[in-house]
Design a protein around this ligand. Sequence first.
Ligand code: AMP
Length: 291
Amino acid sequence: MQTITTLAELRHALAQARKEGKRVGLVPTMGYLHEGHLALVQASRTRSDITVVSIFVNPTQFGPNEDLSTYPRDFIRDEQLCRNAGVTIVFAPDTREVYPTTFETFVEPGDLATPLCGAYRPGHFRGVATVVCKLFNMVQPDIAFFGQKDFQQCAVIRRMAVDLNLPVDIVTIPTIRESDGLAMSSRNRYLSDEERRRALTISRGLFAAADKFRSGERDVENLVAAAREQLSSVDRLQYLELVDSHTLKAAESPLQRPAALCVAAYVGSTWLIDNVILSFPAPDGQRSPGS
Ligand code: AMP
């Protein structure tokens, strides 16, 4: 495995592979890796010849009062995890490599970036879209892997790739959870034991709603209420919304199209997000549309 910090070195390292017709997979991350990230790596390894993991805590996606300076970092450990997972290249540029002092051009996402996190984190998806677009241009992957845990991010990136004709396949991998259901997140390390127990109500709420949906409930309010009941022990519920999984607009009752129940909440001072997708059972032998 190679660790590379500059674009020049990266291009050099990938040029030979490309000449040999190798397929390049990219897993963009902000580091402090966990099994969720490693699932993306595994997916990349099965679908590409070369897996590049980028590790870059992207300042442009953090608001002024967010946790950029305290975002967890452990590069040595990340490198070791990548080596063990069979990563080919870790690309870990510093901030100036990605954003030279003259930098001034951004990717501006549209309506998909407005609801949910977009309503509470102004500029967040502009920062995400910009850095992912730059990483696509730096690595020029054939295929890139993202986690469903960041559901809105997946939607914004897919749309960006289509709108800007970026020649990369986008693959979304299901959320990897701890054995008790808590979605894995680099931010989980901020949680005390007591907060960790209360954070569990986030996934419990989502699963309660998903159970109701599986039993036939199609009323949006009832589904949201089923989740909200469980969520009483978070410190601040930022949003809990059932949205159409393609448009991210509020889902309409009765549900007839795949929807995503998305939540963001603070437990102590830790901000956590999670979601479940409510997709309709496919008619026999067919895949359900949009699931
Ligand atoms: P991050 O380092 O948090 O920016 O995440 C990097 C990538 O890993 C994103 O595509 C995330 O959606 C994905 N990811 C983070 N947590 C999980 C998880 N628990 N399961 C699956 N993918 C995840």
